[in-house]
Design a protein around this ligand. Structure first.
Ligand code: FMN
Length: 200
């Protein structure tokens, strides 16, 4: 993406195009964004894998263990902010969104079925993410490990699987160019995107 050419008219398309590319490319810097949630008292931020960026629904998706604290936070407050950084291009994108947790439904099932078996294992830990362990480890039952993973053996993990879909309302775009910086706010008005320049 050549961000130098981005205009107020093109920015929404440019951003969604970069995010869409990242969702399909494991080596893209936007593929590992930070996602922030808040409860009534404090905020938490963590790295996730960007699984889908769909401009039609203005939707960003990550996966999580249903038992993780972030899911409780989203249920308490659906406001979720994503932060994407491309260090080489000098671009930061902050996407403000409202999140929905999909579990045990058609959408969750579709994502689950497309997940490689090795990734499904991440949802098979005996206890919730963040639970104490007597010694370091991944908390996954030993009988699930080994070279002969099958979808059937890992199906128990589906009960712990959530796809978190976030509908984006505002994107704050910042580009630190070699000869000057630019920043813009791109807002969904209900019908289309409207962008304004901001002081970086
Ligand atoms: C490279 C990387 C990718 C990660 N991807 C995810 C992810 O896609 N989903 C997820 O729930 N956690 C992911 N994690 C772990 C989270 O950053 C976090 O530690 C964990 O989900 C617990 O978060 P919580 O306690 O805020 O719920 C990833 C961590 C790293 C280092």
């Amino acid at each position: 993406m050549n961000w130098r050419d981005s205009t107020l008219e093109s920015l929404a398309v440019d951003i969604w195009s970069a995010l869409g590319e990242a969702a399909g490319r494991p080596d893209h810097p936007f593929r590992l964004p930070a996602v922030a949630t808040t409860n009534r008292f404090d905020s938490h931020v963590r790295t996730v894998v960007l699984r889908q960026a769909d401009p039609e629904y203005r939707r960003l998706v990550f996966f999580s263990d249903l038992r993780a604290p972030k899911i409780r936070e989203i249920h308490a407050n659906e406001q979720v902010q994503w932060m994407f950084l491309h260090p080489r291009q000098g671009v930061q994108i902050r996407a403000t969104s409202s999140a929905m947790v999909y579990r045990q439904d058609a959408m969750a099932r579709e994502f689950w079925d497309r997940l490689p078996l090795a990734s499904r294992l991440n949802y098979c830990a005996s206890a919730a993410p963040g639970s104490a362990l007597p010694e370091g480890g991944d908390g996954i039952p030993p009988e699930l490990k080994g070279p002969d993973l099958t979808a059937e053996a890992l199906e128990g993990g589906y009960a712990n699987f959530a796809a978190v879909a976030c509908e984006v309302d505002v994107m704050d775009w910042l580009w630190l160019g070699a000869d000057g910086s630019r920043r813009a706010s791109v807002r969904w008005t209900g019908e289309k995107y409207s962008a304004i320049w901001l002081v970086p």
